[in-house]
Design a protein around this ligand. Structure first.
Ligand code: NAP
Ligand code: ZN
Length: 349
């Protein structure tokens, strides 16, 4: 028993995305049916469509930056009503019982969190993501989008927002702290906006100065091109925190040299190939090289509320469903300002 909905899917690894129809399950008692309004395009979608992270499940309907409106709720759902504005990010289920789920870090569930797409749910069914007209999600994995944030600029918050908010919070971005953001793409521009809203002094490290003006408009104090070797001399030992959002490998040692003593570099970028660093780059300054994966559901709600309170949303370019392949090419060419968002009403129209 299920209902058919329009979607955009990759049939095989690396295949262009094309219109498709998929089945959404009938509502269970704790399910929410969402009419998707907008779905952001994350570079993780592209990594997975191209199978850069290992074997993936096809056909694949990507999309884990979902904003929409509740269309129906299951019998036991009390926290949402028809008409509520909601969002769904990278996860749609977890065991709910392990130490990590109980700590609000469902992304580290010992049974494995169920990803919004390219995953198999605990019911044995494949999951399909947000590039579609409708999605059915367990209520505990649905967040509320506060009034005051439009749905289109809210969608990217569900991944790009939480993935940068979480490490900025954990590593203490705030007044008196110097934060560098490497890569001014989808995640990077959110990292800049959020770190500025938290009160940190922010520097953008981008491949070139092409987006210099944008970076300053987003609130950065400084902007440097990493293609200019002198950047690494000028900024030596400058930063308390570096957030690396780059989707490709970087010369890690060069960036570690920009950390103050005790400073941390957090990788949120997820290139498929291994990266290397010298131990001396860390022990020479008691430095930390860390990683961070999205954020838990409660923290995602906290981030959405923070964004509403500080007037933070994504900078977006809205596209129709038939423009997704062009958008993928542009993201891969670092030609995105700063998130493509699919208008879901155009899918299958
Ligand atoms: P994006 O919009 O493509 O941004 C990545 C940026 O990195 C580009 O705009 C570019 O910025 C820079 N860049 C790209 N190629 C580069 C290269 N060869 N050398 C140096 N810089 C380069 O991607 P995104 O959606 O923000 O995602 C970024 C990464 O985070 C992806 O790997 C994605 O899978 C990962 N991710 C991780 C998590 C997590 O939980 N940790 C969550 C979501 C996404 P400039 O033009 O400014 O240099
Ligand atoms: Zn993402």
């Amino acid at each position: 028993m299920s209902t058919t909905t329009h979607a955009i899917a990759a049939a095989t690894p690396g295949a262009p995305l094309a219109p498709a129809t998929i089945q959404r399950r009938d509502l269970r008692s704790d399910d929410v049916l969402i009419d998707v309004a907008y779905a952001g395009i994350c570079h993780s979608d592209i990594h997975q469509v191209n199978q850069e992270w290992g074997t993936a499940i096809f056909p694949m309907v990507p999309g884990h930056e979902i904003a929409g409106v509740v269309a129906a709720v299951g019998a036991d759902v009390t926290r949402y009503q028809v008409g509520d504005r909601v969002g769904v990010g990278c996860m749609v289920d977890s065991c709910g019982e392990c130490e990590y789920c109980l700590a609000g870090t469902e992304q580290f569930c010992v049974k494995g969190n169920v990803q919004t797409y390219n995953a198999v749910g605990f019911d044995g069914e494949n999951t399909y993501g947000g590039y579609s007209r409708q999605i059915v999600v367990k209520d505990a994995f649905v967040c509320r989008i506060p009034d005051g944030i439009e749905l289109d600029v809210a969608a990217p918050l569900l991944c790009a927002g939480i993935t940068t908010y979480s490490p900025l919070r954990r590593w203490g971005a705030g007044p008196g702290k110097k934060v560098a953001v490497v890569g001014l793409g989808g995640l990077g521009h959110m990292a800049v906006k959020l770190a500025v809203a938290m009160g940190a002094e922010v520097t953008v490290l981008s491949q070139s100065l092409k987006k210099h003006e944008d970076g300053l408009r987003l609130g950065a104090k400084d902007y440097f091109a990493t293609s200019d070797a002198s950047t690494f001399d000028v900024l030596e030992r400058r930063f308390d925190l570096i957030v690396n959002t780059v989707s490709a490998n970087l010369p890690v040692d060069s960036y570690l040299g920009l950390l103050r003593v005790g400073g941390a570099m957090v990788s949120v970028g997820a290139p498929g190939d291994p990266q290397f660093y010298s131990a001396f780059s860390l022990l020479g300054g008691n430095n930390v090289l860390a990683g961070s994966m999205i954020g838990g559901i409660a923290e995602t709600q906290e981030m959405l509320d923070f964004c509403a309170a500080h007037g933070v949303g994504a900078e977006i370019e809205t596209i129709s469903g038939d423009q997704v392949n062009t958008a993928y090419e542009r993201v891969q060419n670092s030609d995105v300002r700063y998130r493509f968002v699919i208008d879901a009403s155009t899918i299958g129209a």
